[in-house]
Design a protein. Structure first.
Length: 142
């Protein structure tokens, strides 16, 4: 019985966090196409919601601002292509593809300035052998 009460409390707290800015989402997903990360979400309810701010967390374990999407209304679909996530500076200052793990979350910003956050979703870059080989070849000629 005690476990059921704890689970119910966790669900209530999670729901409260999502609804604090007057919104709820059906899904939040992040996936990679080997060079970019595509973050998609679908709203179910947007009451007094001004905007969504997408945030990303990498190796430094700190969420950073990525972009802002204005609220479009109930049952809206949103998509953002993050083409900077997997790029990092190489030894020569050039951008190189990095194999990293990231987390994305939404910051809900209400018309009244209230703020709440979604649960973070993970995405992992899997560098295929062609990309790895091409990266090594480019490094040989620098």
């Amino acid at each position: 019985m005690k476990n059921k009460v704890i689970i119910a409390l966790v669900l209530i707290l999670a729901s409260a966090a999502i609804y604090a800015a007057g919104t709820s989402i059906r899904s939040l997903t992040a996936k990679t196409n080997d060079t970019d990360i595509i973050v998609d979400w679908i709203s179910t309810k947007e009451v007094n919601l001004k905007e969504y701010q997408l945030e990303r967390k990498g190796d430094n374990n700190v969420f950073v601002y990525v972009t802002t999407e204005e609220a479009q209304g109930d049952n809206s679909r949103y998509s953002y292509v993050d083409d900077k996530a997997f790029m990092s500076k190489g030894e020569n200052g050039d951008e190189v593809l990095a194999g990293k793990d990231y987390f994305y979350r939404l910051k809900f910003v209400g018309e009244d300035g209230s703020v709440s956050y979604s649960d973070p979703v993970p995405v992992t870059q899997h560098i295929n052998s062609v990309q790895r080989t091409w990266g090594m070849i480019k490094e040989m000629f620098r």
